[in-house]
Design a protein. Structure first.
Length: 353
């Protein structure tokens, strides 16, 4: 396709080159009739601006911040960080840098301290894994006031009006998890719901919503099956977890299926393998190495994957498109809900975009 020059557009519209340039860059001092002529010519000539070339020509640098919870190695969040790094690498010609800041889950002061430091650095855009809605709103109100675009990750809070959201539909995910578990556990009398707690709460809003979906399905389709919660401390040791699990299974000899709505199913899975308890399985979330190994060894029945790598990449890419290229972006982006088994786990492409 032949390149369309500004001179060609000016001739077609019957206006000056300067007028065309002002319209293309949305600058003032263009009369309504002149703007109409230029826009008509652009449409007739099927003009497509080279936004990449324009952005490169400005030679500006951009700093985005990502506020995410503190986490251990080999977790869902690590996949997200790897996706962020990939996006930086892909867009390196545009001088984009992403700084990751960590806050402590359920610690509002930690979150506030984190976003205060972030705001002091005058970021161009922000990725937020939200705290509770009230504390997060304090932050996002400031972002709206300062016209700093932000993308939400993991938990969707539409009332806060983010530029975009990436994550699973948590309710549907929990509903789906129950449906899949009942393919193999429909004849059971009792299943165990494994929960890690901190100050009486699970560690994310996403897990809360998954549990609502999970219980909704169970209530509607298998009301006769008892759901017994096993709550363990968020930062327990292996020996602490082992003692709790040993006691639970001794007291519940008829429990053969368990589920957790977080990425730590391997805590139970590894306990079952070490104790050669082959008649019990757990289902959980996230394609982390320990979970995958439990799946291969038979102590996990299913893993639900949610593409953390893709989420991290897409958050940065969305800020890039909106801020650097000034393009419209998709406001809500639900990740696939994918079921992994022993037979297909080795074919899962964790870093596929």
């Amino acid at each position: 396709m032949e390149k369309i020059r500004i001179k060609d557009i000016a001739e077609r519209a019957g206006v000056s080159v300067g007028t065309v340039d002002r319209v293309l860059h949305n600058r003032p001092n263009v009369s309504a009739p002149a703007r109409e002529k230029v826009e008509k010519a652009l449409k007739e000539m099927e003009y497509q601006p080279n936004v990449y070339a324009s952005a490169l020509a400005y030679n500006k640098s951009y700093v985005f911040y990502a506020l995410i919870p503190q986490h251990e190695s080999e977790a869902y969040w690590e996949e997200i960080e790897q996706g962020v790094q990939k996006a930086i690498e892909v867009r390196r010609d545009f001088n984009i840098n992403v700084k990751i800041m960590y806050y402590e889950r359920f610690n509002n002061n930690s979150f506030i301290d984190c976003y205060t430091k972030c705001l002091a650095s005058n970021p161009n855009g922000i990725i937020i894994v939200p705290q509770d809605i009230e504390t997060t709103k304090q932050f996002t109100d400031i972002l709206h006031e300062q016209q700093i675009p932000f993308v939400m990750l993991d938990s969707y809070m539409p009332d806060l009006k983010p530029l975009s959201f990436f994550g699973q539909d948590s309710f549907c995910s929990g509903y789906f998890a129950a449906k899949m578990l009942m393919l193999i556990a429909s004849n059971e009398k009792e299943i165990m719901l494994f929960k890690q707690m901190k100050d009486g709460k699970v560690t994310s809003k996403q897990q809360v919503n998954r549990e609502v979906g999970f219980r909704h399905y169970m209530h509607d389709h298998f009301p006769q099956i008892k759901i017994t919660e096993l709550c363990v401390p968020f930062k327990g040791t292996r020996s602490e977890y082992d003692a709790i699990l040993k006691e639970f299974f001794e007291q519940h000899p008829d429990t053969h299926h368990c589920i957790t709505l977080n990425s730590r199913a391997h805590i139970v899975g590894e306990f079952l393998l070490r104790n050669n308890m082959r008649d019990i399985q757990i289902m959980g979330y996230d394609m982390v190495a320990k979970n995958a190994e439990c799946l291969r060894q038979g102590s996990m029945s299913f893993i639900i994957a949610q593409h953390g790598y893709q989420q991290g990449y897409s958050c940065v890419d969305t800020l890039f498109k909106a801020i650097v290229l000034k393009k419209k972006v998709q406001p809500v982006n639900y990740m696939p809900i994918e079921l992994l088994t022993k037979e297909n786990v080795d074919f899962y492409r964790r870093t596929q975009l």
